[in-house]
Ligand binder design. Structure first.
Ligand SMILES: [Zn+2]
Length: 162
């Protein structure tokens, strides 16, 4: 079952079902990380913490990936950052609480409905999000370009007559 949830650059542990939700431990496959400030590689681990990421549901179960994120010392004496956090694989956006595929799935229907209705529908398909999170997901979408505006028409109706 774990192979279904593969994420590039991430090792997944044995999934457990806790309170009806699937919980999967995850770790970076890399033995080093690259400093986000000076781009030097480091193997010296400072600390780690667990980041819980919502992933796509399996059957009717919510899925969370419990990613262990490590902090490293930067060895470059000229770098202003002494400790930095490793960046997860390409399928996880920095600081995000969900995988990219989960965000993309939510965006497909949240763009069509209100935040409250989107939250309701997302909960029905085991992707629980609050209305405010639904709004943030839609807000993060790029505004589509409609090209250059050449003609702007304004229609004024009869208000209050009749
Ligand atoms: Zn550095």
């Amino acid at each position: 079952m774990v192979a279904l949830f593969s994420l590039s650059g991430i090792s997944l542990g044995i999934a457990k079902i806790i309170d009806g939700n699937i919980s999967i431990p995850a770790y970076s496959k890399q033995k080093f990380a690259t400093c986000t400030c000076c781009n030097k590689k480091s193997k010296r681990i400072h600390s780690s913490y667990i980041r819980v990421l919502r992933d796509l549901p399996a059957s009717t179960h919510c899925v969370s990936v419990n990613l262990t994120v490590r902090k490293f010392f930067c060895k470059n004496p000229k770098c202003e950052r002494k400790i930095f956090t490793e960046q997860p694989g390409p399928e996880i956006k920095a600081y995000s609480r969900m995988t990219n595929r989960t965000r993309e799935t939510l965006q497909k229907f949240l763009i069509e409905v209100s935040a409250r209705k989107g939250s309701y529908i997302a909960n029905l398909i085991s992707l629980p999000v609050s209305p405010s999170t639904a709004l943030r997901i839609v807000d993060s979408l790029p505004i589509p370009s409609r090209g250059k505006v050449t003609v702007l028409a304004l229609m004024i109706g009869h208000i209050g007559k009749g």
